[in-house]
Design a protein. Structure first.
Length: 111
């Protein structure tokens, strides 16, 4: 099964999601998205796969979020590409589908 996870090992939900996949015998490709940020095009593809607007993929707890609360979609996507800490995590991809691992069990819909 071709799985990819945008992963932050410092995030408990990201670790839990990865463990959930591994417990099922799956070995996703791990993309440490803070070190290897997605491009704007990749973010648009992810948002389409998630069926979410950009604001729903923003981490609301991060300080820069307040500046983006009323920003348009293009501005939010550009901000996430330039500051990947703003991206909610983890995101798991399987083919043309994706799921946000909040809670981690959400990713089971991809299996």
């Amino acid at each position: 099964m071709d799985l990819t996870i945008w992963h932050n090992p410092r995030c408990s939900k990201s670790r839990q999601t990865l463990a959930l996949l591994e417990e099922r015998g799956l070995t996703p490709k791990i993309r440490p998205y803070l070190q290897d940020p997605p491009t704007e095009a990749e973010l648009r593809t992810a948002l389409k796969a998630l069926d979410l607007p950009a604001h729903k993929l923003l981490r609301h707890s991060e300080a820069p979020y307040k500046d983006l609360a009323t920003a348009d979609e293009n501005t939010v996507i550009a901000a996430m590409a330039n500051h990947p800490i703003l991206i909610e995590r983890p995101v798991v991809f399987h083919g043309q589908k994706a799921a946000l691992g909040r809670p981690p069990e959400n990713v089971l819909t991809l299996l």
